[in-house]
Unconditional design. Sequence first.
Length: 312
Amino acid sequence: MASYYVIILAIGQGAALLLLAPLASGFSRVLRAKIHTRTGPPLLQDYRDIFKLLKRQEIVPKGAGLIFRAMPFILMATLLLIAMSMPVLTLASPLSAVGNMFTFVCLLALVRFFFSLSGVDSGSTFAGLGASRETTMCTLMEPVILLALFVAALLAGSTDLGRISVSFASPSQGLIAAELAVTAAIAFAAFVEMGKVPFDMAEAEQELQEGPLTEYSGPGLALLKWSVRLKQLVMASFLIGVFLPYGAAASPSAATLLWAAVVFLIKLVVVFVVVAVIENSVARNRFFMTSHSTWIGFGVAALALVFYLVGL
């Protein structure tokens, strides 16, 4: 594939996910409202909120430093790089130099690092509390993602996300149990990273998932809100593109990419519906009980490793 074609595909994929992120978040909010039998916000409400914030004045706390000011741009750029490098419409990664499982984990950790550090750098005690909780979630979830991706790399014989996607699209080793367990572990990690109940609450988002955003306003807050929505879509797309790649284009062309886009949107709707049902079917827990739930994901990832070692 010509290098310019790869660059166009990567930029197009990243731009499409960026534009779809508020729509996916709005769809999730509509589903939650329907399950609760209430009207809820309009489907395009997130776009309206972002555009309103972009027009407002930005107020920076007196004690805030460079990290606080730069974080919205760092967060958006890092998530866009992840979005451009994942296999979504194609089995191969559009940016093979970045589409590696170690790079993916490092970029995801970089997002959490700057997100948490900005809360501390704002000088706000409340934002600092949200930052500490964000760091705790990072400590709990990174082992799950690393172990699951390690087993996926063993199954594919490569750490390249494209090779892993090809392996899960046409399994040749017969290790069905290991592949199902890896997919379940990644699905669990994606659910947590998307900030859903019981790991986050819509009524207390400034205290939990979005705690470090407390002191942001105006265009900075708009970028961060957009980035949080993009992260949710990126995690769902990562699950679909790498571990549920059925329908993705093996050889990119206009027809195959169009079909892959249709299949991807259908799978995305199914994922968000399942997430909404699960989110509204579980009880809310106290934050210190979170570690009791995240052990489930690590246990499933460890079980996947056992299945691989015994050849199941």
